[in-house]
Design a protein around this ligand. Structure first.
Ligand code: PSV
Ligand code: MN
Length: 424
């Protein structure tokens, strides 16, 4: 299924008059608003191929119907999202789930939908059918050299797929760790993992980045070998200038101050990218902004401050991606909500009066500093985000249009009710 420009136009025409009144008011009240709109137009958030189907939990999975069965259909789904919001212009593939049968055809299909290939992801957290050696006791950390080599080879293979598609980064998330005290020699596990990462790093094309993703717990519950930002920073530093840490919002211990982590990693030039999601307890993979939108705003506040301090390009110098999973919502609606939440937080962070905040900080004026942040956070920036969409040729209200056009119903009639997306 494709969404036609005329359908978007009709939808926008109905809503535009009321929308413009809101934009005008915001532009009058915020001298910065026009710049914010321009930045929002440029800001793209990649969609992971594995978030297009129903995720499920270890207790069950309730398929929503019309899920993409192939890589082609996953690209079509991201194409639908991008047509609706013009903010999801890239797809992130997970290998081996998404190995193309024809790279040429897949590239052409992505180009038709105006999509790029974001970071490619390796998978050494599962055993694949026919795989020689098991990752039950880890991959790059494994005590057996042959298992480590298998994991290294897989990552190099992933780089090859990514290179052929025009991607320029690989994300390595390792589930390696231990479930019980005494199971693992921490130092040896670290050293073996580092050696493996070094071999993968050596296979990176010159313009590529390697993102090392940390996670505090799950599936290992006593130790994780890339468990937190400190360990991750160690790997990234030892590996070299093309290696960066990747912050997945759900991968911290409860109440971690993620915005401070982000600020310091940026300062050290070792922040590479993000996996956005939201959570109440652990790695819940809930819709971005559904539980703690203030934290998301505070993270973006540090990102904007830190990136501006280093004169970085907001849109291109870090990897922006969603990593979520949907158990009860339509995955496409959920992703539209996530992208919207990210753009709202980004817009609010752009509205922060930086020089006033700096003055308040230097004067130890704590109450004023809080007022400044909350002034931006409590501004309803949704008309600015919608205006950016309008200017980019997308829908003013993507979810309403998705429903009006009965996109899911059409996908079900094309693909069937009992389809299951590959991936998690
Ligand atoms: C692990 O929980 C993770 O966040 C990593 O990014 C994986 O690659 C992804 O989820 C999907 O399995
Ligand atoms: Mn992740």
């Amino acid at each position: 299924m494709r969404i036609d420009k005329i359908q978007i136009q009709k939808h926008n025409d109905k809503l535009n008059a009321a929308h413009q009144r809101k934009v005008k008011q915001l532009v009058n009240e915020n001298p910065n608003a026009k710049k914010v709109i321009n930045k929002l137009v440029d800001f793209q958030i990649a969609v992971p191929s594995w978030a297009l189907g129903t995720g499920g939990t270890r207790f069950g999975r309730f398929s929503g119907g019309g899920e993409p069965r192939t890589l082609e259909e996953k690209i079509e789904d991201v194409g639908l999202l991008h047509a609706l919001n013009k903010s999801s212009g890239a797809i992130s593939l997970h290998i081996p789930w998404d190995i193309p049968t024809s790279t040429r055809k897949i590239k052409a299909l992505a180009a038709e939908h105006d999509l790029l290939f974001d970071a490619v992801n390796s998978n050494t957290f599962q055993d694949q059918p026919g795989q020689k050696l098991s990752y039950k006791f880890g991959s790059l950390q494994h005590v057996k050299e042959k298992v480590r080599q298998q994991a290294i080879d897989h990552n190099i293979e992933v780089i090859k797929h990514g290179k052929a598609l025009g991607s320029n980064s690989i994300t390595v998330w390792l589930s390696d760790g231990s479930c019980f005290p005494g199971q693992l020699n921490f130092r040896k596990a670290f050293e073996r993992t580092l050696e493996g990462l070094q071999e993968i790093y050596a296979a990176l094309p010159s313009n590529w980045k390697m993102f090392v993703e940390y996670k505090a717990f799950e599936p290992n519950f006593y130790s994780m070998t890339v468990g937190d930002w400190g360990q991750c920073y160690l790997y990234a530093s030892k590996l070299g200038p093309k290696a960066y840490t990747l912050v997945d919002l759900g991968h911290h211990l409860p109440n971690a101050n993620i915005e401070q982590i982000v600020s310091l990693l940026l300062m050290e030039k070792k922040l590479g990218g993000f996996h956005f999601n939201d959570s109440k307890y652990g790695d819940d993979d809930l819709t971005v902004g559904s539980i703690n939108p203030y934290q998301l705003f505070l993270i973006f506040n540090e990102l904007v401050e830190g990136m501006d301090a280093r004169k970085m390009n907001h849109a291109t110098d870090l990897g922006w991606m969603i990593d979520a999973s949907h158990n009860v919502k339509d995955p496409l609606e959920d992703l539209l909500q996530s992208v919207e939440a990210i753009k709202i937080a980004y817009a609010q962070a752009l509205l922060v009066d930086r020089s006033a905040l700096n003055r308040a900080q230097e004067a130890n004026d704590v109450a004023k500093a809080q007022e400044i942040l909350q002034q931006a956070y409590r501004t309803d920036v949704r008309p600015l985000v919608a205006e950016a969409r309008l200017r980019a040729g997308a829908a003013l209200q993507p979810i309403s249009l998705f429903r009006d056009l009965q996109v899911r119903k059409q996908l079900i009639s094309e693909r069937g009710l009992k389809t299951i997306a590959t991936g998690l």
